[in-house]
Design a protein. Structure first.
Length: 331
């Protein structure tokens, strides 16, 4: 059974069926900031160390959860789906998708209910944060009102083991707040001070390109009791309830509303990282011009393609050539 193919010209692996037998993942980032992302947006992020610098949670199971989730909702009829096939998992007869794992970026295109979603995930060259660029296009002949939700499940501690196992402690040291289109998470405020007095364990999840309509900083408030990543209560309801976290599981949940004329496209940008409030505001401001994303992705492509040109093999096996010339070298 075929799930995809190598696009040698673009140096991408193209996944044409999202229901792969296992998560098929890509690496994003640099030695300063790393990220793993699957074809269904599952995966985690870290600063310098995957063991001691973890920002996003990930459960190593067949569910491939949680991840960098972008949800879309038709505000006229309440129907919702995700920019990646999972976690909502719409019927593949109705939901068409294509995922392109490239050199330090992943693109996910989905068509559902006459709406095209194009999500691009990457870490800008030389930066220590990640970007989720989401373009939404109305392919119908009528105006559409679409809500877009971004969801990131923070760890409660930089240390992976502490976060996963020692919840009796880590639940008590994490809190979130919302200001200026950003969710801030602070961990162990009293113990992790920098020399300038600021907290050394600050994370942020922000939105650029459109105002925040509602938010959550508490995972349980966003997902809901007896709900899952596939049917979060905030998305079902059509808005977040504004609850932030104090001594519970933290998240970044941001909601924005788009009104799209027939044929119109709009882009919003979610940004995630480990920075102070002042630094985060400056980073987010850079993406109010959403064309920044296209420029940064092109920079990544040019950088990596030039680097990979230094060594090439040519054998009778096209798949062997692809692995050696691009993927083994890149990873």
């Amino acid at each position: 059974m075929k799930y995809g193919f190598f696009d040698e010209e673009k140096r991408e692996y193209v996944i044409t069926r999202p229901d792969t037998p296992a998560p098929w993942c890509n690496y994003l980032g640099s030695p300063e900031y790393g990220a793993i992302i699957s074809n269904n947006a599952g995966g985690y992020s870290f600063v310098k160390s995957g063991a001691n610098g973890r920002i996003l949670r990930y459960h190593f199971n067949s569910d491939d959860t949680p991840g960098r989730y972008i949800y879309l909702r038709d505000d006229e009829n309440g129907d919702y789906w995700s920019a990646s096939w999972q976690p909502v998992g719409k019927d593949l007869e109705l939901y068409k998708s294509e995922v392109r794992h490239g050199t330090a970026y992943t693109k996910m295109k989905a068509d559902y209910a006459e709406i095209t979603s194009e999500a691009t995930y990457y870490v800008p060259l030389g930066k220590d944060y990640e970007v989720w660029c989401e373009k939404v296009t109305n392919n119908s002949n009528k105006e559409r009102k679409i809500s877009v939700f971004g969801f990131a499940e923070f760890t409660n501690d930089d240390n992976y083991n502490q976060d996963q196992v020692n919840l009796q402690y880590t639940l008590c040291i994490s809190q979130t707040s919302f200001r200026d289109n950003l969710i801030y998470q602070q961990i162990n405020i009293n113990a992790e001070k920098r020399e300038d007095g600021t907290n050394g364990l600050e994370r942020f999840f922000g939105l650029a390109g459109n105002p925040v309509a509602s938010y959550n900083g508490d995972k349980e408030a966003f997902i809901g009791l007896y709900h899952s990543y596939g049917n979060p209560v905030a998305v079902e309801r059509g808005e977040c309830d504004g609850v932030c976290n104090y001594n519970e599981n933290s998240c970044g949940g941001l909601h924005t509303k788009l009104t799209l004329a027939p044929g119109e496209s709009k882009t919003v940008v979610f940004v995630l990282g480990k920075h102070t409030e002042k630094e985060a505001k400056a980073i987010i401001a850079n993406y109010e011009d959403t064309t920044t994303c296209e420029k940064e992705v092109n920079e990544l492509i040019n950088f990596w393609h030039k680097k990979l040109e230094n060594f090439k093999v040519n054998t009778p096996s096209e798949s062997f050539n692809a692995m050696v010339n691009t993927w083994n070298a890149y990873q």
